[in-house]
Write a protein that binds this ligand. Structure first.
Ligand code: ADP
Length: 430
């Protein structure tokens, strides 16, 4: 019913009541008394309806409305409409919650919600499977009471949300997990763990395969090179074969270099971080490498050293030599004779920088992110011509990461390149 019309009806009802009381009061000559009685009856009726409304609101049954007509009927139907809408919203929300819970349960990765104190508030099925958590006894427990590995404790306290950590699954030494944390809400944290056992196995298989193939190729290559050399040295060899033999020798040498680089990469990947005990004299290292560079070609560009720090590096000298030599050879190969290659060593107390800068041809920006990938070359033909294997920068990157350092490459086509090796203070000798 239209609310306006129900109020008009109510008004007429009151008017009728007053009129009846007036007429009856006139008959008995007691108008005031009858009017008061009528008013009292009206007030009682409303009080009674108010009490019914209060009872009904305790558990509003929208199907059974106590009064359907008049102002009270109107109030009931409005409240019933709001209650129906509320019930629908609750139903939708609980369906959504149900859907959310079942979808997170279906996740293959463990998800654990933690409060600001690091206590477990909730976790999904995968957390029970991968971490062995049990809802009944582990909800409310601090996460670090259940995952007690020391590296896990320091990782959790660091709160570096971009980082990840590899741990052995609790109760299953065969299973490897990668864990990370993500902040959410107010001070809460989502702890995620992914099973990476299979991925690690595949990675290991790939590394072993490359290392084994490279190793297996070494002996046949040496034999082939040996025979080619013998034939080249033999005076009885048909002179027409000299050119093909020369090409065979070049290609065998190229293959040997690729095999050696692949084996070096495999070694770098499998060995643990080099010990910090060897102090490397960087000044001496750079000067020796610069001398080797000058002897590399007849028409080398100018090669100079800028040593601004006397600090020594803690690391593996052979590996560091190999990395800097790779950078220097690249710089010399890509810089014209009138150009300049600079090897420099600086430190600002916090970190140290070993830089190889050239004024050569430079590298277009789109190649920079991929340069350290294996076999990635800007110009494959040119790289082969220069004797490159396409593995040099991959080796440099690996060696640096084993020294806790990172490689930054800055270059512009036509304006030269800068290869920056940044070492943390922890890698410097006192
Ligand atoms: P390569 O054996 O081909 O030199 P690298 O991994 O050492 O392989 O280098 C990858 C590619 O990066 C090279 O092919 C070359 O195109 C480019 N590059 C590396 N250093 C320089 C440099 N100093 N100037 C210009 N280009 C470079």
């Amino acid at each position: 019913m239209n609310p306006g019309s129900s109020w008009i009806q109510e008004f007429w009802r009151i008017a009728l009541l007053v009129a009846v009381a007036w007429v009856a009061g006139s008959v008995f000559d007691q108008v005031v008394l009858f009017l008061l009685l009528a008013l009292l009856a009206y007030t009682f009726r409303n009080l009674f309806n108010l009490q019914r409304l209060a009872n009904w609101l305790g558990d509003p049954n929208t199907e059974e409305i106590p009064i359907r007509f008049g102002v009270w009927g109107d109030i009931y139907s409005r409240i019933a409409r709001v209650a129906r809408r509320q019930a629908q919203r609750e139903k939708r929300l609980s369906a959504l919650l149900q859907e959310y819970t079942s979808s997170t349960s279906a996740l293959p990765d463990a998800a654990v919600a933690l409060d600001a104190e690091g206590r477990i508030r909730w976790f999904n099925d995968a957390a029970s499977r991968l971490l062995g958590f049990q809802a009944a006894k582990d909800i409310g427990q601090p996460l670090l009471n259940l995952l007690r590995a020391p590296e896990m404790v320091s990782f959790f306290h660091k709160r570096d949300h971009g980082a990840s950590l590899q741990i052995t699954a609790p109760g299953n030494a065969q299973r490897q997990l990668e864990v990370r944390t993500t902040p959410y809400g107010e001070g809460q944290t989502l702890f995620l763990a992914q099973d990476i056992t299979e991925r690690l196995q595949h990675e290991r298989m790939r590394k072993d395969f490359v290392a084994n193939v490279s190793h297996e190729l070494r002996t046949p290559l040496t034999v082939i090179s040996g025979f080619v050399e013998n034939l080249q040295a033999d005076e009885q060899t048909d002179p027409r074969l000299m050119r093909p033999l020369e090409l065979m020798s070049q290609q065998a040498e190229r293959m040997r270099r690729i095999v050696e680089d692949l084996l070096l990469l495999a070694r770098l990947e499998s060995e643990s971080t080099p010990s910090q005990s060897t102090e490397v004299n960087v000044k001496h290292l750079l000067e020796t490498i610069a001398d080797e560079g000058r002897a590399l070609r007849d028409n080398s560009p100018v090669i100079e050293c800028e040593i601004e720090s006397e600090r020594k590096l803690l690391g593996d000298e052979t590996q560091l030599r190999s990395a800097v030599t790779n950078l220097m050879v690249n710089a010399v190969n890509h810089t014209p004779v009138e150009g300049r290659v600079t090897l420099s060593w600086q430190d600002d107390g916090e970190e140290s920088r070993l830089t190889v800068t050239d004024t050569g041809e430079g590298i277009a920006t789109e190649h920079l992110p991929r340069l350290t990938e294996r076999f990635y070359r800007v110009d494959t033909g040119r790289s082969r011509e220069l004797g490159g294997t396409g593995l040099g920068l991959a080796i440099v990157k690996h060696i640096l990461s084993r020294h806790d350092a990172n490689l930054q490459i800055e270059s512009r086509l036509g304006s030269g390149s800068r290869f920056l090796c940044v070492f943390p203070a922890s890698r410097l000798a006192a």
